[in-house]
Structure formats: structure tokens, C-alpha cells
Design a protein around this ligand. Structure first.
Ligand SMILES: NC(=O)c1ccc[n+]([C@@H]2O[C@H](COP(=O)([O-])OP(=O)(O)OC[C@H]3O[C@@H](n4cnc5c(N)ncnc54)[C@H](OP(=O)(O)O)[C@@H]3O)[C@@H](O)[C@H]2O)c1
Length: 284
């Protein structure tokens, strides 16, 4: 194991597994270069990969894992079922197809990618629990679930004797997620930040650049440290080995409270970047 891999904090999940607090996002990685990027990231020390059926790169993620030579059981792999496929039966079929593309027997975490108003949540959660019981996933969770929906999901999974392990949502210094993070904490659900670098925009923020200079770190290291220091996990995407390394190397320093607060104070009402037409009603 590399020093960087050993330094990564692991967060306990409902159900007994652990998730590395820093993972590699893979949205928009595709083709042979994706295989190389994923393999390089694993060689650097990444032990958590985030993919989805919708990213159409599960085959590359699986190939990158095999090319790296890192053992399967050392890597935490998340995939997601697209929002149109979360009805009973469709969800299990999507998970099975993901496993075939990844060439894996099981993923570590299977998520509902987005809720779907046209499909009753109870049916989707029942299907998700069934996918876990069939062995397709070690843990199950949701993504893009506001507070009320998360609470429903927790309750519905509980009725099947299962637990919701994570809620993966957009989070970065320009978007407050205080309500959802608080609800996750209440239910022992790990919050996973997607777009943790604001799709790269945060790396141009002047206020964070000043904090970065003070600590002798890059802006992205400060932003990612800010995430993990709150007890959330983050999955920045980078196709570049140097930036992948920077993004992972955040476990050897601590931000003082005043910097944590100054970064949180950058939140804006219009900070949300990912808001497709089928979005649920977000918590304000
Ligand atoms: N559940 C959901 O609905 C959902 C939605 C969106 C995303 N996600 C997941 O979250 C992951 C991350 O989100 P994201 O990719 O949209 O945004 P992000 O991770 O916030 O930002 C990625 C962008 O930042 C750049 N970047 C990365 N590291 C950098 C560094 N150290 N310095 C400067 N620039 C840097 C990347 O460029 P380079 O590649 O050139 O470095 C890329 O353009 C996705 O890949 C996906 O796995 C989930």
C-alpha cells in the first residue's frame, strides 16, 4: 500500500463496512484514457472509485482496476442506477448489468442516482434492498435525496431490515448543505460530496487562494481538506496524475476553525451547479 493510501481516513458505514473519505470521481472519463487514469489513480493510492451506469464507463473502471494490479478487496467501488431504472425489477437488472460491465461479482456501494417522482419510493427502496440481499452490493444508499426523502428512505429500508449507508449530493464552498448533512448525521448516513471542487470553479476562488498560500497548499487541497474535516467523504474527478496526487494528499494537515468558517461563509443562494429538470425540491 502507498503512503498516500495508508493516510486516507475511512468512515464507518451503517452495516459495518468502511468508505475511504477521498475517492476518484469518474464522470466524463471515457475510453482508453479512462482506463489509464483509473489505473494511475490506484497506483497513487486512491482506494475509492465512483462510477454510474449513466457514465457509460463501468467497463473502463473495471479494466483500470485490473490494470493497476491493486487487489479487488482493497478498493471501494460505487455504482449507481439511473433514475429511469429504479422501479422494482428494473433496478435489480440495472445493477446486474453494471456488474457485468465492471466484471465484478459485487460492488461495495449501490446507489439510486436520483429520485423519480413517477416511481413510488417504497418500490425503489424495496428493489434496492433486494439487490443487496442478492449480493449485488455490500452496502446500499441514495444520491440527491433532500432531507424528507432521505428520512423516508431510511425508514423504508429499515422495514426490510436494511440500512441506507450514504447520501451522495452536490457540495462545495458555494453551496450550503447544512440541513442534509445534519439529517445524515442523525441517521448515521455518510454524506458524500460530489462536485467537491465546484466542477473545478473553486480552484479559481481568491479567498480560498489566500488561505492556500498561508498553508503552503493548493486551492483544491484546501477545499478537499475542508470537506473531509467535516466528516464527509469527497469524490473529486481529475484525469491528470499531478492533480490526482494533490487531491489525495490532504490527510497530513488540519485547517483551523477560523479557516473552516471562512470557507463555509462563501456559500451563495445560487451556488447549485447540478439542477436537471427532474431534480427533487431541494432543502433551502
Ligand atoms: N450523484 C450525482 O448525481 C453526481 C453528479 C455529478 C458528479 N458526481 C460524481 O462526482 C464526481 C466529481 O464531480 P465533478 O467531476 O462534476 O466535479 P469536481 O470533481 O468538483 O471537479 C472536476 C473538475 O475539476 C478539475 N480539477 C480536479 N482537480 C483539480 C486540481 N487539483 N486543480 C485544478 N483543477 C482540478 C478537473 O479537471 P482535470 O480532470 O483536467 O484535472 C475537472 O474539470 C464526478 O466525477 C462523479 O463521479 C455525481
Amino acid at each position: 500500500m502507498t503512503d498516500l493510501a495508508a493516510a486516507v481516513t475511512r468512515l464507518p458505514l451503517n452495516g459495518g463496512a468502511q468508505i475511504p473519505a477521498l475517492g476518484l470521481g469518474t464522470f466524463r472519463l471515457s475510453g482508453p484514457s479512462a482506463v489509464d487514469s483509473i489505473s494511475a489513480a490506484l497506483s497513487l493510492g486512491y482506494r475509492h472509485l465512483d462510477t454510474a451506469a449513466m457514465y457509460e464507463n463501468e467497463a473502463e473502471v473495471g479494466a483500470g482496476l485490473r490494470a493497476s494490479g491493486v487487489k479487488r478487496d482493497e478498493v471501494f467501488i460505487t455504482t449507481k442506477v439511473w433514475t429511469s431504472d429504479i422501479a422494482r425489477g428494473d433496478l435489480q437488472a440495472s445493477a446486474q448489468a453494471s456488474l457485468e460491465r465492471l466484471k465484478l461479482d459485487q460492488v461495495d456501494l449501490l446507489l439510486i442516482h436520483w429520485p423519480n417522482r413517477a416511481i413510488p419510493l417504497a418500490a425503489s427502496i424495496e428493489a434496492l434492498c433486494d439487490a443487496k440481499r442478492r449480493g449485488y452490493a455490500r452496502s446500499i444508499g441514495v444520491a440527491n435525496f433532500p432531507v424528507e426523502m432521505l428520512e423516508d428512505a431510511v425508514r423504508l429500508a429499515g422495514a426490510h431490515g436494511e440500512t441506507i449507508a450514504t447520501n451522495q449530493c452536490e457540495y462545495h464552498p458555494r453551496l450550503s448543505q447544512a440541513k442534509v448533512i445534519e439529517a445524515c448525521r442523525r441517521h448515521g448516513v455518510v454524506f458524500v460530496s460530489y462536485c467537491p471542487l465546484g466542477q473545478g470553479r473553486m480552484t479559481e476562488d481568491e479567498a480560498i487562494a489566500a488561505i492556500a498560500r498561508k498553508h503552503g497548499k493548493t486551492v483544491s487541497q484546501i477545499v478537499l481538506r475542508w470537506h473531509v474535516q467535516q466528516g464527509v467523504a469527497a469524490i473529486p474527478k481529475s484525469a491528470n496524475a499531478g492533480r490526482q496526487r494533490d487531491n489525495l494528499d490532504i490527510f497530513g494537515f488540519t485547517l483551523p476553525d477560523e479557516d473552516m468558517r471562512a470557507i463555509a461563509a462563501l456559500a451563495r443562494h445560487d451556488g447549485r451547479l447540478v439542477k436537471p429538470g427532474f431534480s427533487p425540491e431541494w432543502d433551502r
